[in-house]
Design a binder for this molecule. Structure first.
Ligand code: A3P
Length: 338
């Protein structure tokens, strides 16, 4: 597709020509990549492609190229990064309600009527098409979510703050398998848990290998703890109030003593709890669009528990995956589930 197909492109003729050439070059690079990249079995769609070490869907490979070419980060931007099914929805709600706590009352809150996914943009979807979404009118600090690993992001984004949420890999696997089956393309054959398990262990799942994804942010957080807040789903479960206070401080808007006394932290935790959010009408019936893919909000709320993997993995499977995880994280200092 050439840029001239895009009626929305608002540039002067000279700039248009330059931009057209630039965009056409990106399309050429993309087409070349798609012919040469290693292919693996997909979870939602037929194939994933190994792009710079990570298994990515074609449309998000293109989004990554457009992100590198056109996204202009601001130093005040805050990104929520995660491997899929690690608690993104929860953290979106927590980050949004912490940042906007002066704008909404807890008796009639934005999140009572809108799914947490709608609170701030998912970068990949916004960069899927050309021109990418114009974010210049968003007020500062701008919030974005992404599943891209750290190493696939433009260097210019390293000056921004990141909140990374990770989760015990066996729970991620189960959550991801259930979710992907719900949104799997209808013309594909059924996707068994055994197949998902093998692929996950080989590193082949959207944005995988899981361990490379987590390690990309873990290492960066050790180097720049002031820029990357590394969280675990299990610790948010255990001590949500502590995490919310850390989030606020990290984002540069710590809670004042009066706010704490008034119970603002507890109110945010309650508002964003699985029990509360999953029972709201908007999250039972609503739909969220990610580019061309529509996902029912309720698919983002399944059980919200730690250790549901026990209902899916045999002892043998547990041993195999634990062995892989132990080996991949050896010496990193990162321990799951604690
Ligand atoms: P389960 O499938 O194990 O229940 P993501 O938001 O990254 O897609 O992750 C989805 C997982 O987070 C699902 O896990 C979902 O139930 C859980 N989840 C969603 N909202 C939550 C909340 N408010 N509290 C705890 N877990 C939540």
């Amino acid at each position: 597709m050439s840029i001239s197909d895009q009626s929305l492109f608002p540039q002067t003729p000279v700039e248009s020509k330059e931009h057209e050439d630039h965009y056409n070059k990106i399309c050429e690079d993309y087409n070349h990549l798609m012919e040469t990249l290693p292919k693996g079995n997909g979870w939602r769609a037929k194939h994933l492609y190994n792009y710079n070490g990570f298994w990515i869907s074609p449309k998000y490979i293109k989004a990554n190229l457009l992100l590198h070419a056109y996204f202009k980060p601001q130093p005040t931007d805050i990104f929520l990064a995660s491997f899929m099914k690690s608690g993104t929805t929860w953290l979106k709600a927590l980050i949004f309600s912490t940042l906007t706590r002066h704008l909404y009352s807890f008796s009639d809150h934005y999140l009572h009527h809108h799914g947490p996914q709608s609170t701030f943009p998912f970068l990949e979807s916004e960069c899927e098409n050309f021109p990418i979404t114009d974010f210049t009118h968003m007020s500062s600090p701008r919030l974005f979510a992404t599943h891209f690993p750290r190493t696939l992001l433009p260097e210019s984004m390293t000056s921004c703050k990141f909140v990374y949420i990770c989760r015990e890999p066996k729970d991620v696997l189960v959550s991801k398998w259930v979710f992907m089956n719900k949104i799997r393309e209808k013309d594909l054959p059924p996707f068994s848990f055994d197949e998902a398990f093998d692929l996950f262990c080989e590193g082949v799942s959207n944005y995988g290998p899981f361990w490379e994804h987590v390690l990309s942010y873990w290492r960066a957080s050790l180097e720049s703890p002031e820029k990357i807040l590394f969280l675990k789903y299990e610790e948010v479960k255990r001590q949500p109030e502590v995490v919310v206070r850390r989030l606020a401080a990290f984002m540069g808007i710590p809670f004042m003593a009066e706010e704490v006394e008034k119970g603002v932290v507890e109110n945010i935790v309650k508002l964003c709890s699985f029990e509360n959010l999953s029972n709201l009408e908007v999250n039972k019936k609503g739909v969220e669009k990610f580019g061309t893919v529509e996902v029912e909000n309720r698919e983002f709320f399944r059980k919200g528990e730690i250790g549901d993997w026990r209902n899916y993995l045999s002892d043998e499977m547990k041993q195999r995956i634990d062995g892989i995880i132990d080996e991949k994280f050896k010496g990193s200092g990162l321990i799951f589930g604690s």
